[in-house]
Write a new protein. Structure first.
Length: 423
């Protein structure tokens, strides 16, 4: 649980967890309300409001700087300016606008929904407590991927500002207009890891439920032979059949421990439905944000692939920029795959758990109450637009290919008609 809480501090610093530290289990104290100092109250308010408002202020300052620069330009008409400079600068401006919008909207909307988010986190940690889930088999790889991603985008950010200062000797205004949106876009992508964080814990809980279901199967395999136990005349033959006796006495101590830890079917049913309801709550609360984040990643892939094509068409193409944009395509493609894969794993694992539970309940002739909170339905992470699984990758690939071809065609036509189109 300590590693769980520790990870949340990073997205909290980026404005994606607008909660006070007291909302995390390790930080909950038994102090009375009168013991809470004014300093802690101010600190909690700063933790909740300062990160999202700070990043929103950065985005607003970029917009205001762009308006100010446009008004003082020799060609004040923005449309004329974009026509003069070609498709490349239009895509660059549109890319910056997407970064600012996605990073700002999600943070401010999460801040607005902070009460629902606080309730969601309370239910999430209560679920982990109920299932006694302390470790996660997927967490080590998750942390490694997160650290690699943070190091990569930090290096790209520093390299971008270094390139603007040394190679093109950009003015501070230009560096601010280009660098800040790109930086906000890079670090906004950590929201994908926040999604994956919840998904790997749902998957881990389902794995634990499946393990306990397997215990129930093993227990019933032990009891079944007792129903057809041989008669007294066959006892001598029974003693001579060692493999048959192994069925009863093999690993007796291990079996007794499993019996002590196993839960009955009703508790397993209740536990599974807690995960199912948590998945629905996650889909309802995060659905719009997930859709917007996926759209941001798709646009990032399209723009980076387009920049590769446009840079190659220059007289002196920059090899480092080509490599960076190519790696951007790979990284953001993997982010899409990472989240979609976890969604598919949850779907498959929940389907298996529901099938095994239904079999055990039918075998025990256990009647499931007609309660919407007690249903053997598979768990699907959904939004209003799609199901979060690997099947979304096919239409995403088609969308990327189509839009990339259109952009390249526009770039070719603007390069022929505009001498500055590819400069």
């Amino acid at each position: 649980m300590a590693s769980t809480t520790s990870f949340l501090y990073f997205p909290q610093a980026l404005g994606y967890v607008p909660l006070s530290p007291e909302n995390f289990p390790l930080n909950k104290t038994k102090n009375k309300k009168s013991d809470i100092s004014n300093f802690r109250k101010i600190r909690n308010l700063c933790v909740q409001f300062l990160p999202p408002l700070l990043y929103s202020f950065l985005a607003l300052s970029v917009v205001l700087t762009f308006i100010y620069r446009n008004r003082n330009s020799s060609t004040p008409d923005l449309v004329s300016l974009l026509k003069q400079r070609g498709t490349y600068y239009f895509v660059l401006s549109f890319k910056a606008a997407c970064h600012l919008y996605c990073a700002t909207y999600i943070k401010l909307d999460m801040l607005y929904e902070r009460k629902k988010i606080a309730k969601f986190y309370a239910n999430f940690f209560a679920l982990l407590k109920d299932v006694r889930c302390q470790n996660n088999r997927y967490f080590s790889r998750f942390v490694a991927e997160f650290v690699i991603f943070i190091c990569t985008i930090t290096f790209w950010t520093l390299e971008m500002f270094y390139y603007m200062r040394t190679s093109i000797r950009a003015t501070p205004q230009y560096a601010y207009l280009v660098g800040v949106p790109a930086t906000l876009g890079y670090f906004h992508s950590t929201f994908t890891f926040l999604q994956a964080f919840f998904l790997i814990w749902y998957l881990e809980v389902l794995k634990l439920i499946q393990t306990r279901i397997q215990v129930q199967f093993e227990l019933r395999e032990i009891k079944k032979p007792c129903l057809n136990f041989p008669g007294i005349n066959d006892l001598q033959n029974l003693r001579e059949e060692k493999p048959y006796l192994d069925l009863y006495f093999k690993e007796e101590d291990t079996k007794s421990e499993m019996v002590a830890q196993a839960q009955d079917l009703q508790s397993l049913l209740l536990l599974y439905n807690k995960v199912r309801l948590q998945g629905k709550e996650f889909s309802k609360l995060f659905g719009c944000w997930i859709t917007l984040d996926i759209g941001h990643s798709v646009l990032r892939i399209i723009f980076s692939a387009y920049f590769i094509a446009s840079i190659i068409s220059k007289r002196d193409p920059s090899f480092s920029q080509i490599v960076q944009n190519f790696l951007t395509v790979l990284v953001y493609s993997y982010l899409l795959y990472m989240v979609a894969k976890r969604g598919s794993q949850i779907d498959e694992e929940s389907r298996e758990v529901a099938k095994d539970l239904e079999y055990l309940l039918e075998m025990e002739k256990f009647h499931i109450p007609r309660d919407r909170n007690l249903q053997l339905e598979r768990i699907q992470i959904t939004t209003k637009f799609m199901n979060l699984d690997l099947r979304i990758l096919t239409p995403i690939l088609a969308t990327i290919t189509t839009n990339l071809l259109v952009l390249i065609q526009f770039h070719s036509s603007s390069a022929r008609s505009c001498p500055n189109g590819t400069d």
